[in-house]
Design a protein. Structure first.
Length: 235
């Protein structure tokens, strides 16, 4: 009995300690339009509920009519004429302002989770992983005609970010374009080739290439995973 009493007390304490965690999970689920499931003896029933929810899911979207203000805005979704329907949706959104300076836009391009697409960029690593074969979409650049030539400057940066997302090592170089009309037309069709050297580093899992068009300020990025040195084929 003493052993059972101790076990029951420990179990009650564990349950009490779990309550704050469960509260956080419930708040996170409510804020994102989901549900948090507690421990239940009817796991099959809860899974069936998840499947049924998937059959009643709709994708809604809208464009705010006001300029970005950097504030969090609440959302309300209602089904007109159906009071018996329970609606779950994300509770709001933060309307981020676009960076106003080139420096801030570059920092965002380095750290944001997704790649920027104002300039199309593709990358293919060579077999030994030491070089990335880039193709930059020339039709996304603001190439200007000066006399007989088409000119622009394109800055290409290689970014190595640490896994914690605290630090980044950035190296870059500038590609000056002075193209004849024939060459320019060819690059519009095929893209602008560029070989980006990647120094081997066992601690780097991926790199991000940031391309900046000096004439327009547009940016494009592509994130490339790097295979470990031991996994790369020998040539």
């Amino acid at each position: 009995m003493g052993r059972d009493l101790t076990t029951n007390r420990l179990y009650a304490q564990m349950q009490q300690d779990m309550h704050p965690i469960q509260g956080v999970f419930r708040e996170l689920a409510d804020a994102t339009g989901g549900r948090a499931f507690r421990r239940s003896s009817n796991v099959i029933g809860e899974l069936d509920g998840v499947v049924n929810d998937g059959r009643a899911t709709y994708l809604l979207g809208f464009s705010p009519s006001q300029p970005a203000d950097g504030q969090y805005h609440l959302l309300t979704v209602k089904v007109v004429g159906r009071k018996d329907v329970t609606v779950r949706y994300r509770a709001g959104y933060k309307y981020e302002k676009d960076p106003s300076t080139l420096k801030d836009r570059f920092i965002k391009a380095v750290w944001q989770p997704t790649d920027a697409s104002d300039i199309g960029v593709s990358a293919n690593p060579e077999s030994d992983g030491s070089t990335l074969k880039l193709k930059i979409a020339a039709n996304d650049l603001a190439v200007a005609q000066e006399g007989e030539f088409w000119t622009d400057k394109v800055d290409i940066f290689l970014v190595r970010r640490d896994d914690e997302g605290h630090h980044a090592q950035v190296t870059g170089q500038t590609m000056a374009l002075k193209l004849t009309s024939g060459t320019y037309q060819k690059l519009l069709r095929e893209g602008i080739p560029f070989d980006q050297i990647v120094e081997k580093n066992k601690d780097t899992g991926s790199v991000r290439i940031v391309v900046v068009d000096e004439n327009s300020g547009r940016m494009g990025t592509i994130t490339v995973p790097l295979a470990p040195a031991a996994a790369r084929p020998k040539v």
